[in-house]
Ligand binder design. Structure first.
Ligand code: AMP
Length: 438
């Protein structure tokens, strides 16, 4: 189906053509017509699937075709969990707004509140915001949304994980009227809180699920390597850094300290690298992201801050130096590569501390992991792990005490602690998938 079949406003079509987009992506084909007939929408979509335009285009179409309910109020509000994602969405929005009489503003935390107030005084039609800062402005009465026509929640699951339910509730109440259309996007719909949110916000929603989040992303190759300890992980990382086919690389780590240390390690290996962590001020975060997006640096080392939404088309490789705690996060991290049809590679280093996370990822992706090896860098760790000390219930404690007393009486040697046990089961009670070494 070509874009022409969607009957979009010619002003929007001009931008689509200017960007060289010929065919709507699958998610756009499903979502755009449903939104254009006025339905609420709940969408689960794979990262990089073109979901931003799936909501921007029909939302703008509605604003262009109808009159504002109120001159003072914002007409559309797009909420995103992180400043980085909000900026990414805003950048795409700007490409389309510029051909129309519609106005827009970006309102995120970490930036000057008074400057934002001035922006809001100009009564922008479309606002892209992070929930916390937006609610601050609502409470400060610098913005009004009583006549809001379209409310869009991007990465709703992530907003809930970050604890934004109270802010979403406030926003929902402030724009509570019959004519409002609400669109909810989430990487996963297997999330109890997302269900609860959808129930509270959406009216008889049309459901779209394209490429369930556990499905394999066809454009991204995934490899897992076992590592004994930190030094072993660093040796593997140094090996991968030498791969000639790396255009740009994002390394994900668990801690800020590691992000800084690994950026230095990459520099020592002759790679231009930059570290991004929540410790940085917003303006430093912006300049780091801009420098990386412009290709000034080849490597970005970051905690989960950069795992969502960022549209960095040159990223050919992602390395998980540590595995993320949540399985969905794994899908988002690797989704930073393989964008818009390009090929990408995801490499994950798995140490003893990562096993619980790996089991969650295996359960989420519904497939066992096969480990790859780098010749000369094969360690001892085989992917199995010592169980955590089992919890001792009062009954067990009493039994043990009784046994101990009996043993003493018989003057037998103390109970032996036995050999260390190994198990392969998940910490969530799921049977472990079989693994094979490649
Ligand atoms: P998203 O999933 O919204 O982050 O989009 C991923 C990438 O796909 C972005 O670079 C978009 O500009 C691009 N994109 C969106 N829609 C299309 C389309 N119909 N054809 C080609 N590329 C697209």
């Amino acid at each position: 189906m070509p874009f022409n079949d969607l009957s979009l406003d010619p002003r929007l079509m001009r931008s689509v053509q200017h960007l060289g987009f010929v065919k709507p992506t699958e998610i756009q084909q499903e979502a755009i017509p449903a939104v254009m007939v006025g339905r609420d929408l709940i969408v689960s979509s794979q990262t990089g699937s073109g979901k931003t335009l799936a909501y921007l285009l029909p939302m703008m179409q509605r604003l262009l075709k109808s009159r504002a309910l109120s001159k003072r109020d914002a007409r559309a509000l797009i909420l995103a969990p992180t400043r980085e994602l909000a900026k990414q969405v805003y950048a795409q929005l700007r490409l389309f707004v510029s051909n129309t009489p519609l106005t827009s503003a970006l309102i995120v935390g970490g930036e000057n509140f008074n400057d934002q107030e001035k922006l809001l005084k100009r009564q922008p039609n479309i606002i892209v915001a992070t929930p916390g800062r937006f609610v601050d402005h609502l409470e400060h009465k610098s913005v009004f949304i009583n006549g809001l026509e379209v409310l869009i929640l991007d990465e709703a699951d992530r907003m809930l994980d970050l604890g934004f339910m109270p802010q979403l509730t406030v926003i929902n109440k402030a724009a509570d009227h019959r004519l409002r259309q609400t669109l909810l996007f989430s990487a996963t719909l297997d999330h109890a809180e997302v269900d609860e949110l959808a129930l509270a916000l959406l009216k008889n929603p049309y459901r779209v699920a394209v490429g369930a989040s556990h499905q394999q992303h066809q454009d991204i190759s995934q490899q897992f390597f076992l590592a004994d300890h930190l030094t072993h992980k660093e040796a593997l990382l140094q090996h991968f850094l030498q791969q000639a086919e790396i255009k740009q690389l994002i390394i994900f780590t668990a801690t800020r300290e590691d992000a800084e240390r690994l950026a230095q390690l990459c520099e020592q290996q002759g790679k231009s690298a930059v570290g991004l962590s929540g410790k940085l001020t917003q303006s430093s975060r912006n300049s780091v992201m801009q420098a990386f997006a412009s290709g000034k640096h080849q490597v970005l080392v970051t905690t989960d801050l950069a795992s969502r939404g960022l549209d960095l088309l040159q990223v050919s490789h992602v390395i998980n130096f540590d595995l993320p705690k949540h399985a969905e996060e794994y899908v988002h991290r690797i989704g930073r590569t393989g964008r818009a049809g390009a090929k990408g590679a995801a490499i994950s280093l798995v140490g003893p501390k990562d096993i619980a996370a790996l089991l969650r990822i295996e359960a989420f992706l519904r497939q066992p992991t096969s480990f790859s090896v780098v010749e000369g860098l094969v360690g001892k760790f085989d992917g199995t792990v010592r169980p955590a000390t089992p919890a001792i219930t009062p009954e067990k404690k009493a039994k043990l005490a009784a046994r101990k007393a009996k043993a003493k009486v018989k003057s037998q040697p103390k109970l032996s602690s036995g050999k260390a046990q190994f198990f392969q089961g998940g910490d969530d009670g799921m049977a472990p998938p079989k693994r094979k070494q490649k």
